[in-house]
Design a protein around this ligand. Structure first.
Ligand code: PRT
Ligand code: ZN
Length: 283
């Protein structure tokens, strides 16, 4: 049995549970209790606030956790980062009222900065030899300058919309973050084996994200050109068709490159192009 700590409610909880579901680990989400055991896999889920996850993994109360890297960095918890999860991307940045001119880190000398991340911030201030007052507040950090609580803020930014609507501008990014899978250092062999099974499934899911399966009919004499357009990493499958001089070509492409590739393939005579969603890629 392995225990994984997941955010109970918030930005990472749905995607964390979706990942478990896609990995074939059934957890009864209707009854989101403090601790829930999977019906078909040796895992139990501990639902916590994100702030608490690094510490419970570090002290062994949970074996694994899915949490923002920002929380790991802030708490300094002694955990191993096993995988980047590819969701929950954000950055933590310093922001100041937009009318003010920014001239580098010395701007913050003698100023006050509101944040929920005092440790990351104090390290940066020390590295830049800046003396500033850190005001720790746990929520609505972005209103601090307008409310006269602080001169600047250090907070999570994703789209940047919150900063703009509060009359602030981002001036320094101190940390890039995404959700990470963390593990304690002293897992038993039994737990390591369960973790390996989970990682095999997680990797197959991660690999399939952002990829599409594409198939088309193509004149046989254009196969060589088509192979050049499609990625070399996964060599395409070519099968002859009943119609003389035509083949069926199958491949996997990055979603971000899909339309460009389709246009080029059409340009050399591809027809009947089908694009399918990939579920898992097992290497
Ligand atoms: O209750 P609990 O303590 O568990 O949750 P929480 O309220 O502390 O955290 P939550 O659910 O808001 O965020 C969980 C994790 O999601 C964070 O630790 C980050 O790793 C990650 N994440 C990704 C974000 C964002 N994007 C994000 N945009 N966390 C917070 N925000 C907030 C930010 O604080 C700011 O208020 O969104 C606002 C900025 O968004 P933009 O898009 O306007 O820039
Ligand atoms: Zn939190």
């Amino acid at each position: 049995m392995i225990r994984i700590a997941i955010q109970s409610k918030g930005r990472l909880s749905e995607e964390s549970l979706a990942l478990m579901r896609e990995a074939g680990i059934v957890i009864d989400e209707q009854k989101r209790k403090f601790l829930a055991r999977s019906a078909n896999f040796p895992v139990e889920v501990l639902y916590l606030r994100d702030d608490d996850i690094p510490a419970v993994v570090a002290d062994g109360s949970a074996d694994l956790g899915i949490v923002g890297y920002n929380e790991v960095a802030e708490t300094g918890a002694d955990v191993e980062i096993v995988r980047k999860m590819g969701f929950g991307s954000c950055r933590i940045s310093l922001a100041i009222p937009k009318a003010q001119e920014y001239n580098g880190p010395s701007f913050f000398e003698g100023k006050s900065i509101a944040t929920s991340y005092p440790n990351i911030l104090s390290k940066w201030l020390a590295e830049n030899k800046v003396n500033a007052e850190i005001r720790k507040i746990m929520g609505s950090v972005e209103i601090a300058p307008a409310a006269g609580i602080a001169d600047a803020i250090f907070d999570i930014v994703s789209s940047g919309g919150t900063l703009v609507s509060n009359g602030l501008k981002e001036v320094e990014t101190l940390l890039w973050s995404e959700a990470v899978l963390v593990a304690g250092h002293n897992l038993s062999d039994e737990k390591k084996a369960i973790l390996d099974t989970m990682l095999f499934r997680i990797d197959a899911i991660k690999e399939s994200r952002g990829m599409k399966y594409i198939l088309m009919n193509i004149p046989s004499d254009k196969i060589e050109e088509a192979v050049k357009i499609l990625p070399a990493m996964r060599s395409p499958t070519v099968m002859p068709l009943a119609a003389e001089g035509w083949c069926s070509l199958h491949s996997v492409v990055l979603e971000s490159e899909l339309w460009d590739k389709i246009e080029r393939l059409k340009g050399i005579g591809a027809e009947g192009i089908l694009v399918l969603t990939l579920d898992k890629v097992i290497g």
